[in-house]
Design a protein around this ligand. Structure first.
Ligand code: T4K
Length: 418
């Protein structure tokens, strides 16, 4: 038995045991990707009580200020401006940086990265990624620069970081703004420096599904004092005084209850990471050696939050496809997610604007058909992970039979309409 591997009774013995073919689902309750981690409930309730007693609910309250200070300390960055969510934080960072025209972004990301640009009538120019790291390929970035390009947004996908040095050099050489969408990378490092202080600014998400959550929430961190000042005004309608607005602004403020949740969860951050790390190692051990299945590897020399377990399925070797495997797992009540299928360039409005974008996004197109994220975080335990891995192994090792039976089921299904 390899290290980290668990001895469990077999969950499935014959193919007919799969829930997809009428067997008993392996789990009674659904296992999710993105089930929120919740820290010390009592501490949270105390803070919420204090908020209610003090009747200061939002507008740069005590807990928001404390949360900003803690995030700045943790990331080693001078300024942290927290906001109501990561998407608004991206929009405000983009606008404050003065990005216009075209901005180069990966298509292999959550749609919010692209929408934050398009929302402001800035064209997201989709660039391919490195198939090993799933992050922007710097060589290809440089090829996509035009006279209209004003910036680059690198996404530290899954908490694995971009090639920051290469992207910084390109940005410097071409006079471009460099922003990082670090929604997945809170608590991670690059060359042993915490993510947050790179580029012109970095954006975090503290959404419920992130390993540290503030219910909803986001933040921009930067070492640029003027940029931070601008963003503070912009998230508060552009007010510089009680009755004076100097900028166009919106309402991007975080409320006190969110900040209280964020602070409470920060206190448990190391525990969450330890659990995620253990789960990641277990998945690595238990999925090892399955033909055609690999897990995205994180650099153990760097700090990482291990919040996503990213499985890659090479269907030319597994016989069962990624989508079949997802269907099998869903029927077992394992709600694996094919993030970020089908890629931003295949969603509207981008699909209509750039119908041929896929031609330049060969690695992205491959990844969107290979990736499946598996449950982790404090809501799953090692027995459950052991069972999930058993099901994956079972489905792949019986790939021919599973595939035949799935096709049979499909063929015998009565069409709903003709
Ligand atoms: N940039 C990147 C690279 C991002 O990944 C994101 C967000 C952003 C920017 C924007 O940040 P925010 O504006 O969101 O702060 C989820 C999240 O909604 C989204 O925040 C996240 N990325 C994305 C990767 O995942 P969905 O559509 O998959 O969420 P949903 O509702 O399907 O939830 C996922 C699973 O979590 C479900 O199986 C149920 C479970 N869940 C969810 C919530 C909200 C719970 O158990 N409890 C909950 O409260 O997008």
């Amino acid at each position: 038995m390899s290290k980290g591997k668990l001895e469990l009774d077999p969950v499935k013995v014959v193919v007919g045991d799969l829930a997809l073919f009428g067997g008993q689902p392996a789990f009674q309750d659904a296992l999710h990707v993105g089930r929120p981690n919740i820290g010390n409930r009592q501490r949270f309730e105390e803070r919420v009580g204090d908020i209610l007693d003090r009747k200061w609910l939002t507008n740069n309250g005590k807990y928001v200020k404390e949360f900003e200070q803690r995030v700045a300390e943790l990331t080693g960055v001078e300024h942290c401006v927290v906001m109501c969510n990561g998407t608004v934080a991206l929009e405000i960072a983009i606008r404050s940086l003065g990005m216009t025209g075209e901005v180069i972004v990966p298509s292999f990301t959550f749609i919010a990265t692209a929408h934050a640009l398009q929302w402001q009538e800035i064209t997201p120019v989709f660039c391919d990624v490195n198939p090993r790291t799933h992050t922007l390929d710097p060589e290809k970035v440089e090829q996509m620069i035009t006279p209209r390009t004003t910036g680059i947004i690198g996404v530290h996908l899954w908490g694995g970081v971009c090639d920051i040095d290469a992207l910084s050099q390109i940005a410097r050489r071409h006079g471009l703004k460099l922003l990082f969408d670090s929604a997945h990378a809170f608590g991670c490092s690059y060359n042993n420096r915490m993510i947050g202080g790179f580029g012109d600014a970095e954006v975090f998400s503290f959404h419920a599904t992130k390993f540290v959550n503030s219910l909803e929430g986001g933040a921009v961190v930067t070492n640029d004092a003027e940029l931070a000042r601008k963003m503070r005004l912009m998230k508060n309608f552009g007010f510089t005084n009680y009755d004076r607005a100097d900028y166009i602004g919106i309402n991007g403020k975080m409320n006190e209850v969110s900040a209280a949740m964020g602070l409470t969860n920060l206190e448990s951050m190391d525990d969450f990471i330890a659990v995620n790390h253990r789960h990641y190692k277990q998945y690595m051990a238990e999925l090892a050696g399955i033909e055609g299945i690999t897990l995205l590897a994180y650099d153990e020399e760097e700090r990482c939050n291990y919040q996503y377990v990213v499985c890659e399925i090479d269907q030319s070797r597994t016989i069962v496809t990624r989508d079949q495997l997802m269907e099998i797992l869903h029927k077992e009540n394992v709600l694996a997610r094919r993030y970020f299928y089908p890629g931003c360039h295949r969603m509207e409005p981008y699909r209509s604007y750039f119908p041929h974008a896929g031609l330049l996004l060969t690695e992205t197109e491959k990844l969107t058909n290979r990736v499946l994220c598996l449950p982790t975080g404090i809501s799953v335990n090692e027995n459950q992970i052991g069972a999930i891995c058993q099901i994956v192994r079972f489905a792949v090792e019986n790939g021919v039979e599973v595939n035949d039976m799935m096709n049979e089921v499909k063929e015998s299904a009565i069409p709903l309409s003709r």
